[in-house]
Design a binder for this molecule. Structure first.
Ligand SMILES: CC(C)(COP(=O)(O)OP(=O)(O)OC[C@H]1O[C@@H](n2cnc3c(N)ncnc32)[C@H](O)[C@@H]1OP(=O)(O)O)[C@@H](O)C(=O)NCCC(=O)NCCS
Length: 182
């Protein structure tokens, strides 16, 4: 996949989205070992250095096999403030199955980092990757995430049934939000 070896970086709107590196492991712990991330995402909890190592290894292998792109959200190209990702990539996936996800460190929320990063990566997915539909999967009571979806120009697909998920001892419903090219 384009950029996999050199290290993909997407720039715009005051942000640099770039690939995670070894040096980021302590920062990942700081960002992701947090109740909101634990509750709303599939990330390990507690998210310690061992979890960060496993997360980076998985990011690299799924990047290499073309199924995921996980990028650190930064303003300066260096300090990670959160993550934005594209998952379910790959030719064998049905159209419409490409999903985008995001998490921002608690200390950095409320600065439109998620909305800006989502816009940037969505634009990249449409233009560079040529994907027509990008989807978000959001619990209806996750007000922050719903607001990010709206701010990034996504619309809820009321006609698509929510998917039921289960993790960390709870079950939940995920509504589908979508952004289409053009
Ligand atoms: C959801 C999350 C990524 C938002 O990150 P963020 O960088 O603070 O969001 P932004 O600053 O880009 O905010 C975008 C919009 O959401 C609104 N918003 C942010 N937090 C909000 C909250 N807690 N309640 C209501 N609206 C909120 C902002 O006001 C802004 O709205 P605007 O465009 O009308 O100004 C962050 O709260 C997070 O990481 N949560 C835990 C993980 C998670 O829920 N991930 C998503 C799973 S689907």
């Amino acid at each position: 996949m384009e950029g996999a070896q050199e290290g993909l970086a997407i720039r715009g709107d005051g942000l640099v989205l770039r690939e995670w590196t070894e040096d980021d492991l302590p920062a990942m712990v700081e960002l992701f070992d947090e109740p909101g991330v634990a509750y709303r995402t599939p990330l390990a909890s507690p998210f310690d250095l061992v979890a960060a190592r496993a997360y980076l290894d998985r990011a690299r292998s799924t990047r290499a096999d073309g199924t995921r792109i996980q990028l650190a959200v930064t303003e300066d190209g260096a300090t990670p403030l959160g993550e934005v990702l594209l998952g379910s990539l790959g030719a064998e996936r049905p159209a419409g199955a490409v999903t985008l996800g995001y998490a921002i460190g608690a200390a950095h929320r409320g600065r439109r980092l998620a909305a800006r990063a989502t816009r940037l990566l969505t634009e990249y997915a449409h233009t560079t990757l040529g994907l027509d539909r990008i989807r978000l999967q959001i619990e209806p009571d996750n007000a922050a995430s719903v607001a990010v979806a709206r701010a990034a120009g996504y619309r809820r697909r009321a006609d698509v049934p929510p998917t039921r998920g289960s993790q960390k001892g709870r079950t939940y419903l995920l509504e589908v939000w979508e952004h289409t090219a053009g």
